[in-house]
Write a protein that binds this ligand. Structure first.
Ligand SMILES: Cc1cc2nc3c(=O)[nH]c(=O)nc-3n(C[C@H](O)[C@H](O)[C@H](O)COP(=O)(O)OP(=O)(O)OC[C@H]3O[C@@H](n4cnc5c(N)ncnc54)[C@H](O)[C@@H]3O)c2cc1C
Length: 500
C-alpha cells in the first residue's frame, strides 16, 4: 500500500518501544493495534502491588530527560502533561564496603569536591572527563542515535571517521578511564553505567563515557508514582492518537505471503483465536522470540545459531521487598561496588556463574514517594546483574536472596530480614515466562562494539519487507530512552514505506 490513510499496522508487544512507535504512527494517519500478552502495557516497565506496597517491576532510573521531552514534543505535549518528575539530590549513594559510602551530589561543584577527596586533582580530572563526555553525548544524539544503519558503510561514514578519533569509538571504556583516574572508587563511579548497557567496561566502546554525562551532568530523575507512570503516560498518549491496545493477547504467528506480512494470528485471554490482517507489522517483543517462534525459518533474518552466538546482556535478579520499618542508611538509589570489579563482570560474561559477592543496586522509592509503601514502611527493590542462562531453581534463588539481604544489613548496619513483610524474587525464568526473553535475559543483547549500531539486529527484517522491529535488541539499544529513539526511527521507516 502506498497511501498511509487507514493502512493497518499491528504492533506485537506493548513495551515502551511498541507504545511510542504506535503513538507516532497513529498521529501520522495509520490505523494501529497493539497486542500485548500481559495484562498491563509497559513491557518491562510494569507495576506489581501487594499489601499496600507498589513496586516498579523493571526500570527505576529515569535518565536522559531530553529524550522524553523530545518524544512528547512531537505531539505538541510535554512530559508534565502526563507525569510529575523529581530530580534526585543527592543523585545516589555508593557503598564500597560496610560503613564506607559516598553520596553523589547532583551538581558539578559537589561532584568536583567529591572527586578531589577520592584522588589528588580528581575534581579537575572529572571536569575534563565530563566535558569530553558532554561532547560525546551531543555528537551521539545529533549524528548516531536517531538514525538507521543499512550497511557498515553507513556506520563508517565520513563524520564517523572524523569524529571517531575524538570520540575514541574503537577504544575501550575501561582503558580510557584507567588512563585518567587512579582511584578505584572514582573509576567505578564512572564505569558502573555499563551495567545499564548490559556490558563490561573492558568490552564497552569508550564512546559510552557519555553515560557519565547522562547520570552526573543531566542528573537522575524520578516520575512520581514510579517509572510505570511514565509507561502509562505513553500509553495514554497513544490511545489519545487513536491506538487500540489489546491486553492479554498473545501473538502466535506472523503470517506472510510472498515476502510480505499480511497479518498476525493471536490468542486472546479466553484462548480464542484472534486474526488481525494488516499492511505492516512492528515487532516490539523480544527479537529472538519473534524470529525463532513467530516466523517460519524461511522468513527469519537469521538462523538460530546467530542468536546462540550473540553476547547476551545480563539478566537482573530482582527482590521486591516490603519492609515494615523506616531504613535510615539508604537513599532513593544506592549502589554497592565490590573491590574486585573485574570479578563482578567476569562472573557475568567470562565464566557465567552466580557470583559469590555480587555488586547490586537498591532502590527505595518510598524515600521520594511515600505513597509507594504503607505509612512508616519502605518499598525496597534490589537489582543484581547476573549472567543469563544460569540455573534458576527455587533453592538457588532463595539462598541467593538471603545472602544479599545479609549483605545489605552489613552494609547499612540496619536490621532488614526480621522486618520483611513482602518478599518476591524475580529472575531468569520469570523473564522467559512473562516476556519470552531469550535465555531469560532482562536486557537483550550486550553493547559490545560488535553489537553496536549497524552490528545490532536491524530495524527492518531482511526477509519480510514490511516487518519492522523496535525495542532494546535493536539500535540504539538498551534502556527506556534508547527504545524511545528506536521508536522514532522505525516509525519514520514505516511512514516512508507508505509514501510519507
Ligand atoms: C529489571 C530491569 C531494570 C531496568 N532498569 C532500567 C533503568 O533503570 N532505566 C532504563 O532506562 N532502563 C532500564 N531497563 C531497561 C528497559 O526497561 C528496557 O530496555 C525497555 O523497557 C525495553 O523496552 P522494549 O520496548 O524493548 O519492550 P519490552 O519492555 O521488552 O516489552 C516487550 C513486550 O512484548 C510483549 N510480548 C512478548 N512476546 C509477545 C507475544 N508473542 N505477543 C504479544 N506480546 C508479546 C512482552 O510481554 C512485553 O510487554 C531495565 C530493565 C529491567 C528488566
Amino acid at each position: 500500500m502506498n497511501s498511509r490513510r487507514g493502512a493497518r499496522i499491528v504492533v506485537v508487544g506493548a513495551g515502551i518501544g511498541g507504545l511510542a512507535a504506535a503513538a507516532r504512527l497513529a498521529k501520522d494517519g495509520f490505523s494501529v493495534t497493539v497486542i500485548e500478552r500481559n495484562d498491563q502495557a509497559g513491557g518491562r516497565a510494569r507495576l506489581w502491588k501487594l499489601a499496600g506496597y507498589t513496586f516498579d517491576m523493571g526500570p527505576s532510573w529515569y535518565l536522559m530527560p531530553d529524550a522524553f521531552e523530545r518524544f512528547f514534543a512531537h505531539f505538541g505535549r510535554q512530559v508534565s502533561d502526563y507525569y510529575k518528575l523529581r530530580k534526585l539530590d543527592p543523585a545516589y549513594r555508593v557503598f564500597f564496603g560496610p560503613g564506607q559510602s559516598v553520596d553523589i551530589p547532583a551538581d558539578r561543584v559537589g561532584q568536583r569536591a567529591l572527586f578531589d577527596r577520592l584522588e589528588p586533582g580528581g575534581g579537575g580530572k572529572l571536569d575534563r572527563y565530563l566535558d569530553a563526555a558532554a561532547y560525546k553525548y551531543r555528537v551521539a544524539v545529533d549524528e548516531f542515535l536517531y538514525r538507521d544503519y543499512h550497511s557498515v558503510f553507513d556506520f563508517l561514514n565520513w563524520r564517523m571517521m572524523t569524529e571517531g578519533l575524538k570520540l575514541n569509538v574503537l577504544g575501550k571504556l575501561d582503558a580510557a578511564v584507567r588512563r585518567q583516574f587512579s582511584d578505584r572508587r572514582a573509576r567505578q563511579i564512572l564505569e558502573y553505567g555499563m551495567v545499564f548497557l548490559g556490558t563490561a567496561p573492558t568490552a564497552a566502546p569508550a564512546l559510552y563515557a557519555l553515560m557519565s554525562h547522562v547520570d552526573l551532568t543531566q542528573g537522575v530523575f524520578y516520575p512520581m508514582g514510579g517509572l510505570a507512570t511514565m509507561a502509562r503516560g505513553i500509553q495514554k498518549l497513544a490511545e489519545e492518537q487513536g491506538v487500540q491496545v489489546m491486553l492479554n493477547t498473545e501473538a502466535v504467528r506472523i503470517v506472510t505471503e510472498r515476502g510480505r506480512a499480511v497479518g498476525v494470528q493471536a490468542r486472546g485471554a479466553d484462548g480464542a483465536a484472534v486474526s488481525l490482517p494488516c499492511d505492516a507489522v512492528l515487532a516490539n517483543a523480544d527479537y529472538a522470540h519473534v524470529e525463532t517462534e513467530l516466523l517460519t525459518p524461511a522468513d527469519c533474518s537469521f538462523p538460530r545459531r546467530y542468536w546462540e552466538r550473540r553476547v547476551v546482556a545480563p539478566t537482573l535478579l530482582l527482590l521486591y521487598l516490603g519492609i515494615n520499618r523506616r531504613l535510615h542508611g539508604l537513599l532513593h538509589h544506592n549502589l554497592y561496588f565490590k573491590p574486585d570489579w573485574d570479578g563482578h563482570f567476569n562472573a557475568i560474561f567470562r565464566r557465567p556463574a552466580w557470583p559469590e559477592e555480587p555488586c547490586f543496586n537498591v532502590s527505595c522509592i518510598s524515600k521520594t514517594d511515600p505513597g509507594m509503601a504503607p505509612s512508616g514502611c519502605e518499598n525496597m527493590f534490589v537489582l543484581v546483574p547476573v549472567a543469563a542462562g544460569l540455573d534458576d531453581t527455587d533453592e538457588v534463588r532463595e539462598a541467593y536472596a538471603d545472602r544479599i539481604i545479609r549483605h545489605l544489613e552489613r552494609m547499612t548496619g540496619e536490621a532488614i530480614a526480621p522486618h520483611i513483610q513482602v518478599r518476591r524474587i524475580y529472575s531468569h525464568r520469570d523473564y522467559a515466562a512473562d516476556y519470552h526473553a531469550w535465555q531469560g535475559t532482562a536486557l537483550g543483547l550486550a553493547h559490545t562494539l560488535m553489537q553496536t549500531a549497524v552490528f545490532r539486529p536491524p530495524l527492518r527484517s531482511r526477509k519480510v519487507r514490511n516487518l519492522h522491529y523496535a525495542g532494546q535488541y535493536t539500535h540504539p539499544g538498551i534502556g527506556v530512552p534508547m527504545v524511545l529513539i528506536a521508536a522514532e526511527v522505525v516509525a519514520g521507516n514505516i511512514l516512508r514505506d507508505h509514501g510519507g
